[in-house]
Design a protein around this ligand. Structure first.
Ligand SMILES: Cc1cc2nc3c(=O)[nH]c(=O)nc-3n(C[C@H](O)[C@H](O)[C@H](O)COP(=O)(O)O)c2cc1C
Length: 192
């Protein structure tokens, strides 16, 4: 391992499943710094094709109730247990940050894919930054991230898409380690 504490910390990074996160979430100046950190991402053309929406407290309870209603409308035969699970989705959440990609699909120079990738970097930076501050985080999507009614509920406009709901909180319980990518399976050298 290289002798860099920053590298060593990054090399050990892991998400913390949302159900293992608890209060308190970062607040005040610390939260401000975390959100600013998350926006410091590679961004071809400096389009800043992203924005963040914080959701916490009573707003999370309301969101969960609305998601359950929406699920019932989408799937009239949905199992009641699934609806209950939906209603309880944010029961223990401390802070959820919706990461919104704002894609200009007709941009003259920067392809939509690059704009989306920059937004993905924001979501990942949020996870990394939270961990660096001693919190845990997990980037989640699920059906709600792809549902137009949920997008409207969160106030998304034309060209905007919800690329993740990043849960951030204190680590209530350490997650079980998961298998990691074996570099040899994913890395090759191109030789001319
Ligand atoms: C775009 C995206 C969406 C994801 N959505 C979910 C999800 O809805 N549910 C889930 O369990 N994990 C989801 N994940 C995976 C978690 O964020 C996380 O990577 C996983 O818990 C493994 O943890 P690790 O980051 O330590 O590898 C998603 C990841 C990405 C990149």
């Amino acid at each position: 391992m290289p002798a860099s504490p920053l590298f060593a910390a990054l090399a050990r990074r892991r998400s913390v499943p949302a159900r293992l996160l608890t209060i308190p979430a970062p607040s005040g100046a610390e939260r401000e710094a975390l959100l600013a950190f998350a926006l410091r991402v590679p961004d071809h053309g400096r389009l800043q094709p992203w924005r963040l929406i914080t959701i916490e407290g009573a707003a999370l309870t309301t969101l969960a109730a609305r998601l359950a209603e929406r699920l019932a409308a989408r799937e009239p035969d949905v199992n009641p247990a699934r609806l209950d699970k939906e209603r309880a989705r944010y029961a223990h959440a401390a802070l959820v940050v919706a990461v919104v990609a704002r894609i200009d699909a007709g941009h003259a120079r920067i392809p939509a894919q690059e704009q989306l990738l920059s937004a993905g970097c924001v979501a990942y930076s949020l996870v990394l930054g939270a961990e660096a501050l001693g919190y845990g985080a997990q980037w989640l999507t699920g059906w709600a991230a792809y549902d137009p009614a949920v997008a409207a509920l969160l106030g998304l406009g034309a060209g905007e898409s919800l690329i993740g709901l990043v849960h951030i909180g204190s680590v209530g319980e350490e997650p079980t380690p998961i298998p990691r990518a074996q570099p040899a399976a994913h890395i090759s050298a191109w030789t001319a």
